[in-house]
Design a protein around this ligand. Structure first.
Ligand SMILES: Nc1ncnc2c1ncn2[C@@H]1O[C@H](COP(=O)(O)OP(=O)(O)OP(=O)(O)O)[C@@H](O)[C@H]1O
Ligand SMILES: CC(C)(CO)[C@@H](O)C(=O)[O-]
Ligand code: BAL
Length: 276
């Protein structure tokens, strides 16, 4: 696996390829990331991953400084799944001057849910993803459905800017008990890790309620919030939304249940597409 630390190095390595398949990450890689790389491999003529912890998408009180950085094991894992090229710029290589030109995604999609609780998050994500796309010039880019809204915001950005990139959404990889794999799971104590599965269970209870014919969306959402609250979580939201645009649903539309909640110091997100 080649490792490019700067944009010129990346361009040199990519010179002869025309159809890169690209997996952007913030590192601390787990099976969810590796599944994206494996899915990318047959798509393009070269498989590229990036590791970059993007300061722009963190609020000042968030975990930018403590975000796990596990370089050696990340490289080993990427090699083990046949990644061809790793782009791992430092901040100066990607942002040599203050990044004052930013991408502001569709407010209807980006200012709700995660964007409501993490203002400027999606501006930071879209800005870095646009820049990474400009560097790698991928033909395919893969994102996990674990970050469901992020995937939708990026799809929308790519469509609106007519970028010649196919965005591929990949299913959420889970631990055996159902907890969505996430780098931030590493922040959990042993007791919190055992409790963490309750977020996916609460989403499943929302899906079960719909499947059993209940249509009072507000009541289903309130029950999910209470169920986590009662166990000592601090839920930000547990909501049923239209899969098409993440707006509040009417009966009969394909839905997704989305949740974000804090367990101790750790904020987890998850979601579940529902065919009711
Ligand atoms: N469990 C998972 N299954 C599938 N894809 C995933 C999973 N977790 C993360 N991804 C995807 O991997 C890509 C990189 O994500 P990132 O590096 O932020 O990892 P993360 O585990 O989501 O980290 P964090 O805990 O900070 O949210 C994103 O497209 C993300 O959606
Ligand atoms: C897409 C991304 C790599 C941009 O920093 C990040 O938001 C992530 O890892 O999901
Ligand atoms: N996985 C999404 C990136 C973030 O939470 O910052």
């Amino acid at each position: 696996m080649l490792i490019a630390r700067t944009v010129p190095e990346l361009r040199e390595f990519l010179g002869r390829y025309r159809r890169p398949a690209f997996v952007p990450t913030m590192g601390n890689l787990h099976e969810g990331h590796l599944a994206l790389v494996q899915q990318a491999r047959p798509l393009g003529d070269v498989t590229v991953a990036s590791i970059f912890v993007n300061r722009l998408q963190f609020l000042p009180h968030e975990d930018f400084d403590t975000y796990p950085r596990t370089w050696d094991s990340d490289c080993e894992k990427l090699r083990s799944v046949g990644c061809d090229l790793l782009f791992a710029p430092d901040e100066h290589a990607l942002y040599p001057e203050p990044q004052t030109c930013k991408v502001h995604p569709d407010p209807a999609l980006a200012n709700i849910l995660e964007g409501h609780f993490r203002p400027a998050f999606f501006v930071g994500v879209c800005t870095v993803v646009m820049k990474l796309f400009a560097c790698v010039q991928p033909r395919f880019a893969l994102f996990g459905k674990k970050d469901y809204q992020q995937l939708m915001v990026i799809r929308h950005m790519v469509r609106q800017f007519a970028l010649p990139i196919e965005i591929i959404g990949s299913e959420t990889r889970r631990a055996e008990d159902g907890l969505a794999l996430s780098s931030r799971n590493g922040y959990l104590s042993e007791a919190e890790r055992a409790e963490a599965v309750q977020l996916s269970k609460a989403l499943r209870a929302m899906a079960d309620a719909l499947r059993s014919g209940e249509r009072d969306f507000a009541a289903i959402e309130a029950r999910a919030m209470r169920s986590l609250d009662a166990r000592g979580w601090k839920p930000d939201y547990m909501l049923l939304r239209r899969r098409a645009d993440l707006q509040p649903p009417a009966p009969g539309q394909p839905l997704v249940a989305l949740g974000a909640a804090r367990l101790g110091m750790t904020r987890l997100i998850d979601n579940l597409e529902i065919d009711a």
